[in-house]
Design a protein around this ligand. Structure first.
Ligand code: BMA
Length: 355
């Protein structure tokens, strides 16, 4: 069951469908797949995954950084109105939606801008270790953070289908806590503060804003043990998915991934939670990464989905041979594997319908 005992029926069905599907195969997900590719920008019904395979990804990822400021566009210049349109379109098709949030830094964003810092005021601004403490109740930025959550909740409230029914989605806030490159990272706040931040955010959205269409994904960056994975874990009562991010940075990746999947999928089975490798990416220079590295390892475990990150829009960069197509040829081998699930298989599973 979803952690939220008031979860809408579509959300409950999504949870159960995903729980079942993770034993059947691994869904493919792609960040901003429906918004742009490296040479195109927001064209109706276009998708890099569909361009290359003929099919949409099973999971569509979208990014919300900037919504908290009331901006019209995300930090990646994507219009939030258009994100809402594509969330609706993908739901209508019967696909899965996941939302990430590179939320700005509520403390440092108030300081005068230093000329030298590229990270100033962003999620990546780790110049202060007081940020999380400052936004929790009693902290000087609590009101400000509430206003930011209000913007987030207002956006969530626009995610409804044609009948006005809230669209269920997976929300993965404060991601990659095991790293220290975001203001909520492991050396930037305490694990206790991190857990409180999570709890505060969920309670705000769920109890104050009455949003009951959200499945919450706990997330870390690379980790080598279950203990390390669970540092800062906010609790089974508010988490629906155990996820982690791991990019291939070298030959040891296969083993690291295997190890992490072993303890995370085992823990998820004990807790009856969903699982995902919520961000990954191929090793530079490899041409057969999808079929020889990723697929064999993820096939050993009940992993709900694997998502690769955005194809950043770079219209001016000249086209080299491998930029003429959005994926390497080997991606077809991943696509053709009976283990991988793209939109059609997920549509057949009717994940939002009563069984
Ligand atoms: C990062 C990079 C950034 C982007 C951010 C949020 O990993 O892709 O360029 O702004 O994700 O999508």
């Amino acid at each position: 069951m979803p952690a939220d005992n008031k979860a809408t029926k579509e959300t409950v069905r999504l949870f159960h469908s995903l729980y079942k599907l993770q034993n059947k195969g691994i869904m493919y997900g792609h960040q901003d797949d429906l918004m742009y590719g490296s040479k195109w920008w927001y064209e109706k019904d276009r998708s890099d995954t569909k361009d290359f395979t003929g099919e949409y990804p099973a999971v569509a990822g979208f990014e919300l950084g900037g919504i908290e400021l009331g901006n019209e566009r995300s930090l990646d210049s994507v219009s939030f109105v258009q994100i809402a349109e594509q969330v609706k379109a993908h739901y209508k098709r019967g696909g899965v939606i996941t939302l990430s949030w590179h939320v700005n830094n509520p403390l440092t964003i108030q300081l005068p801008k230093p000329t030298s810092s590229r990270q100033y005021g962003t999620a990546w601004d780790v110049s202060s270790k007081e940020v999380v403490a400052s936004i929790l109740p009693g902290g000087k930025n609590n009101e400000l953070f509430n206003a930011w959550l209000e913007h987030l909740a207002n956006f969530f409230n626009t995610l409804k289908d044609d009948h006005g029914t809230p669209i269920p989605f997976i929300f993965r806030p404060f991601h990659e806590h095991s790293g220290s490159f975001f203001w909520w990272g492991t050396n930037i706040c305490t694990d206790q503060q991190y857990a409180s931040l999570w709890r505060y955010t969920v309670e705000y959205l769920r109890d104050k804003k009455n949003l009951h269409n959200i499945l919450y994904a706990y997330n870390t960056d690379r980790i080598t043990s279950l203990d390390q994975y669970l540092k800062g874990y906010p609790g089974d009562d508010i988490v629906d998915m155990l996820s982690f991010d791991m990019y291939d940075r070298g030959v040891q990746f296969g083993e690291e991934l295997d190890n992490a999947l072993k303890f995370i999928t085992h823990e998820a089975a004990m807790k009856k939670k969903l699982t995902a490798l919520s961000e990954t990416g191929e090793r530079r220079g490899m041409t057969d990464w999808w079929s020889t590295v990723l697929l064999p390892v993820v096939s050993k475990y009940p992993v709900g989905y694997v998502l690769t990150w955005r194809h950043a829009y770079r219209p001016k960069v000249s086209k080299t041979a491998n930029q003429n197509q959005p994926f390497p040829d080997d991606f077809k081998n991943f696509y053709n594997s009976p283990r991988s699930l793209f939109l059609k298989e997920v549509q057949e599973a009717k994940i939002y319908k009563r069984k």
